[in-house]
Ligand binder design. Structure first.
Ligand code: SF4
Length: 458
């Protein structure tokens, strides 16, 4: 019995971690559809057999293997991997070997449960005969998603850069879709364009990622932006602008959130969702912030070894952050003359917004830092409503809601919480209809130059 327990615990460290993906099939779970396909293409460009798994088809399995107390994304992703492996077993019969695959499930440190998904899924997989040989490949925010160990050391930096660019390009395609779909000349044109773009941009990353020829990638992207612009009907007046914040998985996984964005659009919205690159930048920014704090503390105590260690971390994470921010800026800047896509908030600026308004702190961590500051920025920029999308019981999003609701009411801006747990929410559509009515009124007041009572946002 003791030996079995030992083995179970050992599996959490020996079968979850950064493993080389060379000669394995690397399974990527879907979060935001575009981003996952582009990331898979980057892996393919570096010679890795990467595949994006179908999503939401194994939800029943996910529910069967969870107790209902886990976060909803954990149920969905558990279902995705179990469903995929079952299908592979069916397809390959006796040739099926779980050891040939690595399942990708990153983690985040900090006071919430994302750090536990891959451990929980390890326990589930270990309970199914044969699946103990399927390794879980994990990257962590603790080192700003370093890929060393997964990709050969000498190519890890290039890979990381290409992967980051794929995240930015996916954000831009998402933002293009949300910018043009509410104004398309004919229903379905914008979606069809983006479907084409996923295939074509994936091809671009497969061809150019390893050589870091990002100009060639952006050239193709520019073509899609031009096409997208041409699909807009210029006689349709600008619609109320709705800013979305929330938990990264739910707000970007259209099946899991029952396509809230499309429903908002159906009731007259133009939507901007917080980006994925914002989270990636945040993880790098937070490592820089921690290194700076550690350096200051050790300088005071004159601990020379620690000073060197923190200075080196500060330098390396600082370089990562600088690279990311400059690549992101460059991509958005290049498209500026073609279409007015909203840019991204700089994470340092978001921290300052929280400090100046004394609302929350980066010391606590989690996405609440980004969501609360992001809401303030949306309000500052004149958005007509805010929607917070998150898994039922999600800790950071519940904190966001507690702080954002009174703030939104004080600044007279419509605000809506949309918790999701996979069940059909009968009141959701009615709530969105009412919310959009308020957002429309907000827009009309703004156009008439009538502000709210509070105007003191810093
Ligand atoms: S962010 Fe929310 S949903 Fe995600 S792990 Fe943390 S508590 Fe769970």
């Amino acid at each position: 019995m003791e030996a079995q327990k030992d083995q179970a615990f050992r599996s959490l460290s020996t079968n979850v971690g950064t493993f080389s993906v060379r000669d394995k099939t690397f399974l990527i779970p879907q979060m935001n559809r575009i981003g996952c396909h582009l990331l898979a293409a980057v892996f393919q460009g570096f010679g890795v057999r990467a595949e994006v798994m179908d999503t939401y088809r194994g939800l029943e399995l996910g529910k069967e293997f969870t107790s209902g107390k886990e976060c909803f994304p954990c149920q969905v992703t558990t279902g995705d991997i179990l469903h995929h492996m079952a299908r592979e077993q069916e397809r390959l019969g006796e040739d099926f070997d779980p050891e040939e695959y690595i399942y990708f499930m990153p983690e985040a440190g900090g006071p919430c449960r994302f750090g536990m998904y891959n451990k929980f899924q390890r326990i589930v997989l270990d309970s199914i005969p044969g699946m103990e040989n399927l390794k879980i490949g994990s990257l962590t925010t603790d080192n700003a998603y370093s890929v060393t160990g997964m990709i050969e050391k000498e190519r890890a930096t290039d890979f990381r850069k290409a992967a980051y660019v794929s995240v930015v390009v996916a954000d831009i395609l998402d933002r293009l879709l949300w910018r043009i779909r509410p104004y398309e000349r004919e229903t379905g044109l914008a979606d069809a364009l983006i479907e084409r773009a996923i295939v074509d941009m994936s091809e671009a990353f497969r061809l150019h990622a390893a050589a870091k020829d990002f100009d060639a990638v952006l050239d193709r992207l520019e073509g899609f932006v031009r096409e997208g612009r041409a699909l807009m009907d210029s006689t349709i007046a600008r619609k109320p602008l709705i800013g979305i914040v929330g938990e990264i998985y739910l707000r970007t996984h259209t099946e899991a959130n029952q396509d809230v964005i499309r429903m908002l659009e159906a009731y007259g919205a133009e939507v901007v969702n917080a980006s994925i690159a914002e989270w990636v930048n945040y993880t790098a920014y937070d490592r820089v912030r921690e290194a700076r704090i550690g350096l200051r503390k050790n300088l005071r105590l004159l601990r020379y070894g620690q000073i060197r260690a923190y200075a080196s971390k500060l330098f390396s994470y600082g370089l990562d952050l600088l690279y990311q921010q400059s690549k992101q800026k460059q991509a958005y800047k290049r498209l500026e003359p073609l279409i007015d896509l909203p840019g991204d908030h700089k994470v340092g600026h978001l921290e300052n917004v929280l400090i100046e308004n004394d609302l929350f702190t980066f010391e606590v961590g989690t996405e609440a830092c980004l969501s609360i500051a992001g809401i303030m920025e949306y309000m500052h920029e004149g958005y007509d409503g805010i929607v917070n999308i998150y898994p039922f019981t999600c800790m950071p999003s519940t904190i966001t809601s507690a702080i954002a609701k009174p703030m939104a009411s004080r600044f007279r801006i419509p605000y809506l919480d949309t918790p999701c747990d996979g069940t059909y929410q009968p009141g959701r559509e009615a709530a969105i209809r009412t919310f959009m009515y308020q957002a429309q009124q907000h827009r009309e007041h703004a156009l008439r130059g009538e502000g709210g009572d509070e105007t003191s946002l810093s």
